[in-house]
Design a protein around this ligand. Sequence first.
Ligand code: UDP
Ligand code: MG
Length: 316
Amino acid sequence: MTDRKPPFLSLIVPAYNEQEVLPSTHARLARILAACLLDKSVSGYEIIYVNDGSKDDTRAVLRKIFNTDEHVRIIELRRNFGLQGALSAGLFSAKGDVAITIDADLQDPPEKMPEMIQRYREGYDLVLGVRSDRSTDTPFKRATAQMYYKLLKNLGVNIVEHHGDYRLMARPLIDEYNNLYERNRFMRALILELDDHYAVVTYKREARTLGTTKFSLSKMLSFSIDGVVSFTYSPLRFVSILGLIMCVLSISGVVWIIVCKAMGHAIPGWTSTVLPIFIFSGIQTLILGIVGEYIGRLYTEAKHRPLFSIRREDRH
Ligand code: UDP
Ligand code: MG
């Protein structure tokens, strides 16, 4: 394994209404990173706080932190773009050889960062933080998360279970990510489309000590739908197949009606009413399915995902 030089680290911290947690968060992060600098596991670092359109005093709290620490940068978004938007903004402006993204509430322990950097230095461009258990989540969240991961897996979406947004990315991967055309960025799956050779760092997720979760049920729901719709068109395929089945059933229905009519079992008016229903509903669902197949392909094209991605090239 190659041993890479100590990298310059960009730490990206998205913050939406996090005024309560930021002072202690920053103290903890600054302590860890100062130690990394001292033992030369990083050559330098910046901490990028992305203020995702907060409505509370996050801006003022961040300014105070900014004035006391020269490693700090603040990126103010014009409105609330959601976590994925905030992360993208951070990655766009990161200057480092590597970037680590971490939630502002530090439920994912930042003490694991040196281990992540170590894995990078061993040659990994992608290091994922993975929760070893979900005991600090509410039973509702645990159950829905479990079901959701199962659903994604069954639909053929490539995803690492219990990995959230705590991860390290190396510069080439950051650049590729920044160059994607895609708008709906379900990052934890998208990143695996770019690179599936990754190291894992496991930890126990802590409970949030200050503030409250910034993911309302509706935000969570739209995030989950993004995960399915951005990565698979199996739902469209399902409609196509349903259309085909409906069409076959309709044809059998038509045959059945004609037989009934011929044998004189039909009540007057029945055939002329039921026959068109069978014929047209079959045809309509089939057509919808065909249209769906084309939309599915258009959709893949519109995303402009890269056709390939080169890890490295060996040449003389
Ligand atoms: N967050 C954000 N924009 C949003 C919602 C959340 O930047 O619209 C940030 C939030 O400040 C935190 C991270 O995303 O740093 C994760 O949020 P939270 O801890 O509330 O999520 P949970 O741990 O409950 O899933
Ligand atoms: Mg949290």
